[in-house]
Design a protein around this ligand. Structure first.
Ligand code: PMT
Length: 402
């Protein structure tokens, strides 16, 4: 028997042009052995009929909040209680706004307000509606509350425009949902702290020292820990990434602020330092913009070493996380340097990654790492950063269970 066999999804179909894809979603969910029940909004029913959905689900399609028969057979509270996960696809700007505001004026929005189950949304709307500050604001709030946002994709739209707003393909949505349902929440009750992204060390009000870290690896770590049930805090330098859902995100700029935010976030059972912290900061950075000199010469910047966050966390006397994991970013002698770094910093594990320009590790989608522990090193294949994160979290789960 598969872990997915007794799982149940409640699919909420709202009124967007992508509603017709709900039929394919139902088909794919069922093909994976998962039971699916559908709530269809009134506007959703203008794009896809209850009859066609019912033919695929072989179950009643729920449409009305105040239906005597529906309420007696399966009340709105029971609809959400009965599901392991609620998927809203397509999710219009309207339903996202209602979810954010807690409006419950039809069956779909009432179920979404009444649920304590994980909620996934696959937005679908015109690019301008998606980019509107109101929608972005709503999405930001929903993510903070733990709603998982899938997409939207960028592409040509039914309205003739081009941009972000197309609903993700059903196969992609189903893959996300399946991997979530397959995860065991083995880190429930644990707390985790992750550092990510670059730090910015000011030279003057407009200039700074930084590096090319995109934050992708750190965000993927925080997301994987949270999906496995850990209460996760992400302390991150500036990135262009969307906050991972359900994760507390603390945004900082300098290494000093990152250290303080980390210390303030303790105690934690697990700490993972994936940030590319600038090793130096400018002494007495200028309050005024530094002027160019007529001579053409440039005055040298005086630099001081920044605090080492990984080392500080690893060497705490009280409140030291049970497992501290660092990254070693190297361009030569990868393993030797990483082994030395693990010892010098005092962390339990270190993931060595080659960051030479040709590897594209900084900023790219993939990472090739070696996990170095006190037992030796193991090489992992080149993987998406998300998969590196999942594999590391699986290792952490095993370590914690020992
Ligand atoms: O952000 P991406 O574009 O996804 O790229 C991912 C990454 C390459 C940045 C990531 O995989 C990575 O290697 N992060 C560590 C980068 C780094 O600064 O490595 P390092 O070898 O200089 O430092 C070793 C360890 O000490 C790291 O865990 C680092 O977070 C930590 N450190 C370093 C200096 C400092 N002052 N404080 C620290 O905590």
């Amino acid at each position: 028997m598969s872990i997915l066999d007794d799982k149940r999804i409640l699919l909420v179909v709202t009124g967007g042009i992508a509603a017709f894809k709900a039929l394919e979603l139902v088909r794919l969910i069922k093909a994976n052995g998962i039971h699916v029940r559908v709530v269809l909004t009134e506007s959703g029913s203008k794009f896809v009929t209850p009859l066609s959905i019912q033919a695929l689900t072989e179950d009643k399609v729920y449409t009305e909040l105040f239906s005597l028969t529906d309420e007696s057979e399966m009340g709105h509270i029971q609809l959400s209680r009965d599901a392991d996960l609620i998927l809203v696809a397509p999710a219009t700007a309207n339903i996202l706004a209602k979810m954010r505001a807690g409006i419950s004026d039809d069956l779909a929005s009432t179920v979404l307000l009444a649920t304590d189950k994980p909620v996934f949304v696959a937005p679908s709307m015109n690019v301008r509606m998606w980019e509107h500050a109101a929608t972005q604001d709503n999405i930001g709030v929903l993510i903070k509350r733990g709603v998982e946002v899938l997409g939207p994709d960028v592409g040509a739209m039914a309205c003739g425009e081009f941009g972000a707003g197309r609903m993700c393909e059903p196969a992609e949505i189903v893959q996300h949902v399946l991997s979530f349902l397959s995860l065991n929440k083995s880190l429930e009750g644990k707390t985790a702290l992750v550092t990510s992204g670059p730090t910015l060390e000011p030279i003057d009000p407009v200039r700074f020292i930084s590096n090319r870290s995109s934050g992708k690896q750190g965000y993927a770590m925080a997301s994987a820990l949270s999906k496995h049930g850990a209460k996760t805090t992400l302390v991150t330098g500036p990135t262009n990434l969307r906050d991972p859902s359900g994760v507390k995100v603390i945004k900082i700029e300098t290494a000093a602020d990152m250290l303080q935010a980390c210390l303030d976030s303790l105690p934690a059972d697990i700490a993972i330092c994936a940030a590319a912290v600038a090793d130096w900061r400018v002494v007495n950075n200028s309050e005024q913009k530094i002027k160019k000199r007529d001579s053409g010469s440039v005055s040298a910047l005086e630099l001081n070493e920044n605090p080492d966050i990984l080392k500080t966390l690893s060497q705490l006397h009280s409140n030291r996380p049970d497992l501290v994991v660092g990254f070693a970013a190297e361009t030569e002698n990868l393993i030797n340097n990483a082994v030395k770094k693990r010892k010098n910093k005092g962390c339990d594990w270190i993931l060595a990654n080659d960051v030479s320009e040709t590897t594209g590790t900084f900023g790219g989608e993939n990472n090739l790492v070696h996990l170095i522990t006190d037992k030796g090193s193991e090489e992992w294949p080149l993987m998406l950063k998300e998969d590196v994160a999942i594999r590391l979290v699986e290792k952490i789960v095993k370590e914690i269970e020992r």
